[in-house]
Design a protein around this ligand. Structure first.
Ligand code: IVH
Length: 684
């Protein structure tokens, strides 16, 4: 065998196996080998092709990168027009859509729930629901299994030929292979799908562009489109674009949309694993609500869901209205930003006396919930935004965080808006307010301020502090307003009869509240210290204090210098602890706790483990066996630290079910991610 024939055989094998690994990793989401191993296969192929250039074929995995810049894009006429969707925004819109579908089919709209269900099943074949990706649509044409042309949507009839750019995208197969005996590679195949950019890539590329002083993009979609619709495939390749295929245009005898997805997957296209067949509009709504809530967890942007009649024959029969098929809609998420008006700015007083200005808004729907308040943080933020009472503003919320005012629409002012100033006196107790030098916050320094006490009790009963189930802010408000409690120790002196006199309390609920309070008479020392609400003392510091001193008495007897010496406790924190224990009011508070029988457990010394000492842990997602609090306590007992944010310094991320963005960040930073089971093994 000549060298050349040997090389040819090797090249064929390499191509086949690279394609197989790519398929397992990208399409099945079940990698068989590591990516670096895949890369070294590609390197070998690349080297062979360099040596024998006539072995290079256009479908070779090495041809994804590179290529010569084109002078301009050719036009490409789509075999069938590329349509778009009509949008829906609510349950009612979806019901109207359903009714239109039924009527167009010349049937009376089924009245009962069960009649609608069987109509959907038997006539429509159910609904196929998909995530609506926020990228750009492309069409791919394969001849005898080889990618021949890739084009953009253009005006729907004629698009741009961007084949060379699309070839750089790994998720776009250059060559089709039949991985299931059910489907053969057809001689001609037209497929459509979305090209998009992950959120991580978007941030990375924008940062690079910014550093180079170039224009940055507003969102991943624009950047994805910009990367495809430019002439240098090298640039496209650097952008690491991704793709999901979502429809087969060629008639291969597919009867349902669901089957199209099976075909796509079998031929080597990456399809979205969350797409599925559902049986009725209720399930459609469930799918939409789920993804509206969890969209942050996806690595890519979606702006709604796509709902399609699953039976292809009916789909065709329903026809096209304008540029949209009647048998499908894009059911959009509600906007994550909305405009509204600031009706007022009020001030709330927190547990440490900090005054927080809060905007009272005309209620608006944002991301599925009604928002009527937005935090303004502090006076500096108000000045930065330039917000006045009466202003029109843009309000937004990312994920589950408290809504924020993003921007003031000054051009919409009428002249009647009023400037807001932080009050000189506490809105609750009337005492003077101070803004300590170097701080952004205004504070009420009256230890007896009812607002501070109220917040302090909220904190005391909270989950991370004493954890009294069934005793929350609403009940604390009732008890304070009735004059039954003034501070936390009063809780332990409450009698069932006291509660029975209050609104909404019956025998059982009163017993439950009393029971919940009394079940927490011997908390761990660390929890108790945290529950006291000392400024700057979070869970971690509370634990360090408990470990170091073993009792409250010892902490209270320690000098400021002594506290400053403790590792991990800075000067500001030490001063705050020292002052708290010196304060007469607080000393009385501790005496009262003792009198009512609240005695924290002294700190138990467990044998620390070398696996934990000095190691930093972050928890994300739901745990099954341990509670989050127990897991945190265990880590600390064994000598580790618990943090709430993932950074390069994090040693382990413990990921439970439905992990959040911390999980993604851990992967990005290459931080070790372990399951709850693995964690349990570690603490054994
Ligand atoms: S199917 C009638 N499936 O939405 C169009 N499109 O408004 C049939 N899109 O141009 C396309 N995710 O860019 C389909 N799962 C999905 C989609 C999707 C996003 C985009 C696509 C299209 C636009 C139509």
């Amino acid at each position: 065998m000549t060298l050349k024939t040997q090389a040819k055989e090797r090249v064929e094998k390499l191509k086949e196996s690279i394609n197989k690994y790519r398929y397992h990793r990208l399409v099945l989401d079940k990698p068989l080998i590591s990516e670096s191993a895949e890369d070294s296969l590609k390197k070998e192929l690349f080297d062979l092709e360099q040596e024998f250039p006539d072995l290079v074929t256009s479908d070779s995995p090495t041809q994804r990168v590179g290529g010569k810049p084109l002078s301009k894009f050719k036009k490409f006429e789509h075999p069938k027009p590329m349509l778009s969707f009509n949008d829906t925004f609510s349950k009612e819109d979806m019901e109207d859509w359903f009714d239109r579908v039924v009527r167009t089919l010349g049937v009376a709209v089924p009245e009962s729930e069960s009649a609608r269900l069987s109509f959907t099943k038997e006539k429509l074949g159910g609904f196929y629901v998909e995530l609506k990706l926020d990228g750009l649509a492309v069409e791919l044409v394969y001849k005898n299994g080889i990618l021949e042309t890739g084009s953009t949507r253009g005006d729907g009839k004629i698009g741009e030929d961007v084949t060379n750019n699309l070839k750089t995208i790994e998720a776009v197969p250059l060559k089709l292979s039949a991985t299931s005996s059910k489907f053969q590679v057809p001689s001609e195949l037209v497929v459509r799908g979305e090209i998009f950019l992950s959120k991580g890539q978007f941030e990375k590329i924008n940062l690079q562009l910014k550093k180079k002083g170039e224009k940055i993009y507003a969102n991943p979609r624009n950047l994805a489109a910009g990367s495809i619709r430019q002439l240098d495939p090298k640039i496209t390749a650097e952008r690491n674009l991704d793709s999901f295929a979502y429809s087969v245009v060629t008639n291969l005898g597919q009867e349902t949309h669901e089957e199209e997805h099976e075909i796509l997957k079998a031929l080597g296209f990456k399809v979205n694993k969350h797409n599925k067949l559902v049986k009725d509009l209720e399930e459609v709504q469930g799918f939409r609500d789920h993804w509206e809530k969890h969209r942050e967890k996806l690595e890519y942007e979606i702006d709604g869901i796509v709902v399609q009649v699953n039976d292809n024959r009916i789909f065709q029969k329903l026809g096209v209205v304008g540029k949209a098929p009647r048998a499908a809609v894009a059911y959009k998420f509600s906007a994550r930003e909305s405009t509204t008006k600031v009706k007022d700015i009020i001030v709330s007083v927190g547990r440490t006396g900090v005054l927080t200005p809060v905007a009272v808004l005309e209620p608006v729907e944002i991301g599925g919930t009604t928002v009527s308040r937005a935090t303004l943080h502090n006076e500096d933020e108000i000045r930065r935004l330039g917000v006045k009472i009466g202003d029109s503003v843009i309000v937004g919320r990312a994920g589950d965080v408290i809504p924020d005012i993003i921007k003031v629409l000054k051009e919409l002012r009428t002249g009647k808006e009023r400037e807001f100033y932080m009050p000189k006196n506490c809105p609750v107790c009337g005492n003077k307010v101070v803004r300590p030098e170097g701080e952004v916050a205004h504070r009420c320094v009256n230890k007896n301020c009812p607002a501070i006490k109220r917040e302090a009790i909220y904190h005391f009963v909270g989950k991370k502090a004493m954890d009294m189930p069934g005793v929350g802010p609403k009940i604390i408000d009732q008890l304070m307003d009735a004059g039954l409690i003034k501070s936390a120790p009063d809780l332990y002196e409450l009698k069932k009869d006291d509660l029975l006199n209050l609104e909404r309390f019956a025998e059982k609920s009163a017993e439950n509240v009393i029971g919940s309070i009394h079940s927490k008479k011997s908390p761990t020392l660390a929890k108790f210290i945290f529950a006291l609400g000392i400024r700057h003392v979070g869970e971690e510091t509370a634990f360090d204090l408990a470990k170091k001193f073993g009792s409250l008495k010892k902490i209270s007897e320690t000098s400021l210098k002594g506290l400053q010496k403790i590792h991990d406790i800075g000067n500001v924190v030490a001063k705050s602890i020292y002052e708290w224990f010196q304060n007469g009011y607080n000393q009385k508070l501790l005496e009262r706790f003792e009198k009512v029988g609240v005695i924290p457990e002294s700190f138990k010394v467990t044998k620390q483990s070398s696996k934990f000492i000095g190691k930093s842990f972050v928890l994300t997602g739901g745990l099954e066996i341990l509670t989050r609090e127990d897991a945190q306590a265990k880590i600390r007992e064994l000598g580790g630290d618990v943090s709430s944010t993932v950074s390069k310094e994090t040693d382990y991320v413990i990921a439970g079910s439905d992990p959040g963005s911390k999980f993604d960040k851990a992967q990005k930073l290459n931080v070790k991610v372990i399951t709850e089971k693995e964690f349990l093994e570690m603490i054994k």
